[in-house]
Write a protein that binds this ligand. Structure first.
Ligand SMILES: *Cc1c(COP(=O)(O)O)cnc(C)c1O
Length: 307
């Protein structure tokens, strides 16, 4: 995991009135790929620099972030402690992988998570050198990872003489979105829309967190960039992990026509949201980029239902 090669951008087969492209973050070559892998590389560098010996992080039983961090810790021969909310804890392919990597999972009620993390950091600071990674790889390092991604998109555009009018992707903790918008701001590309399709959070809270992350990274007044933040909560249906027929049909359709596997928690939901958005807003004859943020093991959690 020394460096991440740039991920491909490919044209998709669709029957849309727009040209649809996909950026294959799902093919990042570490631990089944995805946006958490791009972020993890930034954390890995810090962990090496700080010579830490214990990694502490947080996430649910279906967390892609926790799988990747547990795999990274195993590879680096470091202890990995994951705090997980006990509510809705279920066995998933990610949780099985996390177990296989030997991470220690501490299950607590969701309202005890932050206190538990503080206690762990304090406890391990006495005899070890712990490194804490916020859930989902949130924070400036995660943001920076997606500024890099934005710059890859710019490079592709220049080389192929194309301009993406819209960029869509699944937004959760908002770090991916914050990085992309910082990239847009720094490149002064004010003539395209970057639209995060929320997979769980309502707009008010979700958008504020994206704004705070950008402020933190750019050290700038939010007036400068606030108009660039579009956090769309229209397609969250019943919230995180909610599965429905429309999403399953979308997943099947993309797999059948392009051989690309999406999942119901993130990418399938966002792809479905994107299609609805394009339809509702009568967007035609545009170049549209969808970022496939990965989460491959989640596809297999759904396989029986999708069939
Ligand atoms: C975490 C995750 C997201 C959301 O990324 P954030 O940076 O947390 O907004 C999207 N897709 C997948 C597959 C993820 O695992």
């Amino acid at each position: 995991m020394e460096c991440i090669n740039e991920t491909n951008i490919e044209k998709l087969n669709t029957n849309l009135n727009n040209c649809l492209y996909i950026k294959r973050e799902d093919l990042i070559g570490f631990s089944f790929g995805g946006n958490k892998a791009r972020k993890a590389l930034k954390f890995q560098k810090e962990i090496i620099k700080k010579n830490s010996d214990v990694i502490i992080t947080y996430g649910s039983s279906s967390s892609n972030h926790c799988r990747i961090i547990a795999n990274m810790a195993k590879m680096m021969n470091l202890r990995c402690i994951i705090v997980s909310p006990i509510e809705n804890y279920k066995e998933t392919y990610n949780s099985k992988l996390i177990n296989m990597f030997g991470a220690e999972i501490i299950k607590v009620p969701v309202n005890k998570v932050s206190e538990t993390i503080d206690d762990l950091i304090e406890k391990y600071s006495e005899s070890n050198n712990p490194y804490f990674i916020p859930g989902g790889g949130h924070g400036n390092l995660g943001t920076e990872a997606y500024v890099d991604c934005y710059n890859e998109i710019k490079k592709y555009e220049k080389k192929n003489n194309i301009f993406f009018d819209y960029i869509f992707f699944a937004t959760g903790t908002g770090t991916t979105q914050a990085g992309l918008v910082c990239g847009q701001y720094l490149n002064k590309d004010f003539n395209r829309k970057i639209i995060g399709i929320s997979i769980a959070r309502k707009e008010e809270r979700g958008k504020q967190i994206v704004i705070d992350s950008i402020k933190n990274y750019l050290n700038n007044n939010e007036k400068e960039f606030i108009d660039l933040v579009e956090f769309n909560d229209k397609y969250i249906s019943n919230g995180y992990g909610e599965k429905n027929k429309e999403i399953f049909e979308t997943i099947k359709s993309v797999l059948f026509s392009n051989g690309i596997a999406l999942n119901s928690t993130y990418t399938g939901k966002a792809y479905y949201g994107m299609l609805e958005y394009l339809k509702e807003n009568r967007i035609e004859n545009k170049n549209v980029l969808f970022i496939n943020t990965g989460g491959l093991p989640l596809f297999f959690d759904d396989l029986e239902e999708i069939r």
